[in-house]
Design a protein around this ligand. Structure first.
Ligand code: SAH
Length: 217
């Protein structure tokens, strides 16, 4: 079985991990602690894995790409839509500490699993998992320095742009139910700058400003 060090080395070699801070975060937060027990042997393979309810924990290279695009600095307030296993939230808190991560999950069972999983995170007290529809963001805590959407959205929800702080960065997959393009959106002097970072495949964002649930039953 591959180990975490080997996985991180591979991600560096392939150019997905580019910064020292992301390298350190991915070496410190162990992906094995966030995958279901039966998949533990596969935790260090660079592939997505099922986490229940037809949802997946993203492949490590996708997590690295998003973290590099986000450029999270110490003290920032970060919003994540799609908590899943809690792995990405934990990595982001590692990067943002002493800042905070607010992460929203729409499926109750995953919300509970993530609550358990994040107990192993350094500074878990700074991570707040919210049960609900993240497509509407989280106005109570806005604005956010960084917003990451880890499910595919049909469009960039206007409410999320409104909840992004000046100079803030949002990373979001935008497109269809199965395939999307990964966008980095930067709010600069009130203007929105969008960069396309290529094709990705995330599970759909389902909610008021996402896809409608009926498609997936
Ligand atoms: N970031 C996660 C992986 C996310 S998988 C990790 O590190 O493991 C995508 C998640 O988005 C799924 O758990 C799915 O239930 C959730 N999701 C989909 N639509 C959502 C919405 N509108 N609000 C909150 N979560 C949503």
């Amino acid at each position: 079985m591959k180990n975490l060090e080997e996985l991180v080395k591979e991600l560096i070699r392939e150019g997905f991990i580019r910064s020292e801070s992301v390298r350190e975060a991915m070496l410190t937060i162990d992906r094995k602690d966030f995958v279901p027990y039966i998949y533990r042997e596969e935790a260090y393979i660079d592939e997505p894995l099922p986490i229940g309810e037809d949802q997946t924990i993203s492949a490590p290279h996708m997590v690295a790409i998003m973290l590099e695009l986000l450029d999270i600095r110490r003290g920032m307030k970060v919003l994540e839509i799609g908590t899943g296993s809690g792995y990405n939230a934990c990595l982001m808190e590692y990067l943002a500490y002493p800042g905070r991560v607010i992460t929203i999950e729409r499926l109750k069972s995953l919300y509970y699993i993530a609550q358990e999983n994040i107990k192993r995170c350094p500074h878990s007290e700074n991570i707040r998992i919210v049960y609900g529809d993240g497509s509407q963001g989280y106005p109570e805590e806005a604005p956010f320095d960084r917003i990451v959407v880890t499910c595919g959205a049909p469009d960039i929800p206007q409410v999320l742009l409104e909840q992004l702080s000046e100079g803030g960065i949002m990373v979001i997959p935008v497109g269809g139910h199965y395939f999307q393009d990964l966008y980095r959106v930067i709010k600069r002097k009130g203007e929105i700058v969008k960069e396309n970072h290529g094709s990705v495949a995330f599970v759909p964002m389902i909610g008021k400003f996402g896809f409608k649930e009926e498609f997936y039953i």
